[in-house]
Design a protein around this ligand. Structure first.
Ligand SMILES: Cc1cc2nc3c(=O)[nH]c(=O)nc-3n(C[C@H](O)[C@H](O)[C@H](O)COP(=O)(O)OP(=O)(O)OC[C@H]3O[C@@H](n4cnc5c(N)ncnc54)[C@H](O)[C@@H]3O)c2cc1C
Length: 392
């Protein structure tokens, strides 16, 4: 299928071909499939297998490791089309979110060990463990400790809201190798590890959480979990900077997903309001219905421009922190607005599971909060872009 086609994609025509091809794949996973996995809180395993074997999930892995070697623009298009088709990229997007840490900071040995197997679909890197109950958005306050003992690190602590830990083979883990109080620069003393969950030594307890969205989200408890020292990524104590390094990519991928959701909501709202007859005319002929849909559409399109602008800068290796953050903010807010309008347009049917609006409504709401909340995005723009006092 799309492997070779992906590997050479870069022109607008190639990007269109990727869109088309992702849409075709998603046709095999219609609304009823997602309704069922959502209702029963199942992992959409067949979908994830299909996206993996098509090569899409390996979009960012360089060709030398068996991936497609594409840019963030194309990776974003893949996630956008998944969400636009009514599917949920949340089932597997972390593999793309986390890739930068391994690609940019992993050793050649680590890349050879993991990337070809991930690209082939033999290994899943779908879990990323950062958040903790006591630290939340203030990630430098994490308390999970990794203490070096000989040729391994011993990990103790707890994480919260870690998605897909049971469905993934590998997990990227952020842990303190030096306690918070012992470092001057609070971003230092944090390290990042690849944890192979197929072969845990020590005790890793994974407790599923009952959440609003079907993301297979868990609390994790580490008790003397042994991580081989060779699984430390980059230098000890520098992990936070590696994660920050990947944030722009993550924000752009989230923005792309939100744009896909937004387009789905607009399409559903237009179709429904054009066919529903009330008071002798189509519902969508009323300005009270039509204008909010048109406004939401305009906002999605505006966010898309910022997304492409930021993706272009990212792929050219230019600084894009401001643009990537603004794209994430604009796209997630635009999609949430589109979700509300779509729900209103559907009236009571918007609440009926059979219409899928309420499911997508829940899914897109998440993007304003996780993986990073929009308040923190605005704090970045206020401080780093506008030079205002730091609020976080
Ligand atoms: C479904 C789901 C899946 C998730 N999956 C993962 C995962 O796989 N891995 C992972 O590591 N994490 C994951 N998370 C966690 C997510 O990244 C965090 O929930 C998010 O970063 C916010 O942290 P918090 O929940 O502790 O909120 P808090 O940090 O307690 O913040 C609460 C609210 O206050 C706001 N706030 C905080 N500080 C400020 C400030 N200075 N100024 C203004 N407002 C502020 C925040 O924006 C937020 O709205 C997931 C969360 C959810 C809901």
């Amino acid at each position: 299928m799309a492997g070779p086609e992906l590997a050479t994609a870069s022109t607008a025509q190639d990007q269109q071909a990727i869109r088309q091809s992702v849409r075709e794949l998603c046709r095999d996973f219609p609304d009823a499939y997602w309704r069922k996995v959502d209702k029963h809180e199942e992992y959409p395993d067949e979908f994830v297998k299909a996206v993996t074997s098509s090569g899409y999930l390996a979009a960012l892995i360089p060709e030398e490791y068996g991936g497609a070697g594409l840019g963030i623009t194309e990776a974003g298009i893949i996630l956008e089309e998944i969400n636009r088709s009514g599917c949920n990229s949340g089932a597997c997007h972390a593999q793309m979110y986390t890739m930068g840490t391994l690609l940019r900071h992993g050793s050649p040995e680590q890349k050879n060990r993991y990337l070809p197997a991930i690209a082939k679909g033999d290994l899943r890197l779908q879990a990323f463990a950062v958040t903790e109950a006591n630290s939340g958005s203030e990630a430098t306050r994490i308390e999970t400790r990794a203490v070096k003992k000989g040729d391994k690190y011993i990990v103790n602590g707890a994480k919260i809201f870690i998605s897909r830990a049971k469905q993934s083979d590998l997990m990227l883990l952020l842990a303190r190798t030096t306690p918070y109080d012992e470092v001057k620069d609070k971003t230092k003393g944090i390290s990042v590890f690849v944890v192979d969950m197929r072969n845990i030594k020590g005790k890793l307890e994974i407790q599923p959480l009952d959440m609003m969205v079907n993301h297979h989200t868990n609390s994790l408890f580490f008790e003397d979990v042994e991580v081989p020292a060779e699984n430390l990524i980059g230098q000890e104590g520098m992990g936070f900077s590696y994660i920050i390094d990947g944030w722009n990519a993550e924000r752009l991928l989230v923005a792309s997903e939100a744009i896909g959701d937004g387009r789905w909501f607009i399409e559903r709202a237009v179709n429904y309001s054009s066919s529903r007859m009330l008071f002798g005319k189509p519902l969508g002929a009323n300005q009270g219905i039509q204008f909010p849909i048109a406004e939401a559409y305009a906002r999605i399109e505006a966010a898309d421009l910022m997304r492409y602008h930021a993706c272009g800068k990212f792929d050219r290796g230019e600084k894009c922190g401001a643009e990537a953050n603004m794209a994430k903010y604009l796209a997630s807010e635009a999609s949430w607005q589109a979700a509300n309008i779509c729900l209103t347009t559907h009236g009571g049917y918007g609440f009926a599971r059979d219409y899928d609006v309420e499911r997508k409504f829940r899914e897109t709401r998440l993007l304003t909060v996780a993986p990073v909340s929009n308040n923190l995005i605005l704090a970045f723009v206020g401080n780093k872009v506008l030079g205002m006092p730091k609020s976080y």
